[in-house]
Design a protein around this ligand. Structure first.
Ligand SMILES: [Zn+2]
Ligand SMILES: [Zn+2]
Length: 139
């Protein structure tokens, strides 16, 4: 089975996941803007049981998502890079494609929370945009 590996900026935290993500999305929500310092987060949605931390122990910041269920941000306590966010309402990690050792095989399938995007956001061409989530992922 295909395996992907990634790390934070300083290398203290490493992770790996097996198999293809169930979705890959640019998220423009305000939280993603804050924790990336950018207009979006490129998240690869990986079922929780497919991902393991192979080095170090990430720090956790927990906030409530739109569903009012917990979102656990896993980040490096040393360099501060967020490697993934555990979306507890759906049982998956949204893994930061930017932290993969090699993310060249991935491209976004959708752009979500575009209603929250900053006015200077850049959207990918030919990719469906959703104000919040596509109907199949909305509660
Ligand atoms: Zn680090
Ligand atoms: Zn987001």
């Amino acid at each position: 089975m295909v395996k992907y590996e990634g790390s934070c900026g300083c290398g203290d935290i490493k992770y790996a996941f097996e198999g293809e993500p169930i979705n890959s999305a640019f998220c423009y929500c305000k939280s993603c803007q804050k924790h990336t310092g950018s207009d979006k987060w490129f998240g690869l949605w990986v079922p929780k049981d497919k991902l393991t931390f192979t080095k170090g122990k990430p720090a956790t910041y927990t906030r409530k998502g739109d569903s009012s269920k917990d979102m656990h941000h896993r980040f490096c306590g040393k360099c501060g890079a967020t490697v993934c966010v555990e979306v507890t309402v759906a049982g998956f990690y949204s893994v930061s494609a930017s932290t993969l050792d090699d993310s060249s095989s991935f491209s976004p399938k959708m752009a979500i929370y575009t209603a929250s995007a900053p006015q200077w956001a850049v959207f990918p061409e030919g990719v469906p945009k959703f104000d919040i989530l596509p109907p199949e992922f909305s509660g």
